[in-house]
Write a protein that binds this ligand. Structure first.
Ligand SMILES: C[S@@+](CC[C@H](N)C(=O)[O-])C[C@H]1O[C@@H](n2cnc3c(N)ncnc32)[C@H](O)[C@@H]1O
Length: 322
């Protein structure tokens, strides 16, 4: 029975009034939020036209980046070229013999990048990618003799490159939808010191946009493991990404996603994926990372906001496998 049916008329009216007020509050809140986002976009545009750095202007709930790394990997500056692109050597204290040479784009935005394809992967390496790289390095056995693809890997595909260097994967494909990211990845793969380390695994980079055109035949149903970091907050890309993961995976393949909650976006993606996939969501997927997260939270620093910085692990496996 509807419990409202038991309430007297004045109580009902008062509740209706309170609910209307709550709706108004919610509308006001939503209006303010949209206004703030619009103002931030204007600030980004202004800064872009003045040649500013995008990472300094990412202030919306989608893109704030005050906290930049869990410190799981270490970077040593190598050199910058005349395009302000910077090469770093990445190492990991927990894996003494591991190194990879990675180029970062300048992270500047201009009118081109504002008008062009999504540029968030060229701003920085996001904490989810760092965490995914560390998690992959800790679970190298999973990749032996397997075909791997990284989706939305941004300008470095850090995790995919680490897997290519360290694991005994059969093949690794590094992808993103942004052309500049792919050009940068090509430079990373062609770097002499990386090329030496990459001899054992077949590695390639290519542009792959979710939901655009027919999927290349060589990709369909080809992959044992898909890896993907911080790509779940795009409302427009949600259904396309779910479908793409489904189309790329072998029947018994699995997809490892790492992404912060970013408001409701993680849960919305998970919900969309549940039609086709079994989903497994884990916060404590790796003790070291969870402990770091707890320490940062306890420290009370306002630099660290788990909603946008702490990646949750979401594993997808296909439902309709007999
Ligand atoms: C927040 S960045 C994450 C990049 C990288 N994984 C990291 O964590 O540093 C999101 C990435 O998704 C890519 N992306 C967004 N929409 C896409 C689409 N429709 N197709 C392919 N890639 C897309 C962007 O180009 C960007 O590199």
């Amino acid at each position: 029975m509807n419990k409202n049916a038991l309430e007297d008329e004045p109580t009902k009216k008062r509740k209706e009034h309170e609910e209307e007020e709550e709706d108004d509050d919610e509308n006001d809140f939503e209006k303010k939020r949209r206004y703030q986002i619009a103002m931030q976009r204007w600030a980004i545009l202004k800064q872009a036209l003045l040649g500013g750095k995008s990472s300094e202007t990412c202030k919306s709930s989608v893109s704030v980046r005050r906290f930049s790394s869990f410190g799981l990997l270490q970077t040593e500056y190598l050199f910058s070229n005349n395009k302000e692109e910077t090469w770093y050597q990445y190492t990991c204290a927990d894996f003494p013999n591991f190194k990879m040479t990675i180029k970062h784009l300048p992270g500047k935005i201009n009118a081109n990048s504002l008008n062009g394809f999504n540029n968030t992967g060229n701003v920085c390496v996001w904490p989810s990618e760092e965490v995914m790289a560390y998690y992959c390095i800790k679970n190298l056995d999973e990749f032996r003799n397997k075909n791997i693809i990284e989706l939305g890997g941004g300008m470095t595909c850090l995790a995919g490159v680490a897997v290519s260097i360290l694991s005994e994967a059969q093949s690794v494909v590094l992808t993103d939808g942004n052309e500049e990211s792919i050009d940068n990845l090509t430079d990373i793969l062609n770097d002499k010191s990386n090329a030496e380390l990459l001899r054992k695994t077949k590695v390639s980079s290519r542009m792959l946009r979710w939901g655009e055109g027919e999927l290349d035949k060589d990709l369909r149903g080809h992959f044992d493991i898909i890896i993907c970091a911080d790509c779940l907050f795009f409302d427009e890309g949600r259904e396309d990404l779910v479908q793409l993961v489904y189309d790329l995976l072998k029947p018994n393949g699995k997809c490892w996603m790492f992404a912060p909650k970013r408001g409701a976006t993680f849960d919305e993606f998970k919900q969309a994926a549940e039609e086709k996939f079994h989903t497994l969501e884990e916060e404590r997927f790796e003790k070291k990372i969870y402990d770091l997260h707890c320490k940062l939270k306890e420290s009370g620093t306002d630099q660290y906001d788990p909603n946008i910085h702490f990646p949750i692990h979401l594993q997808l496996t296909k439902k309709d496998v007999s």
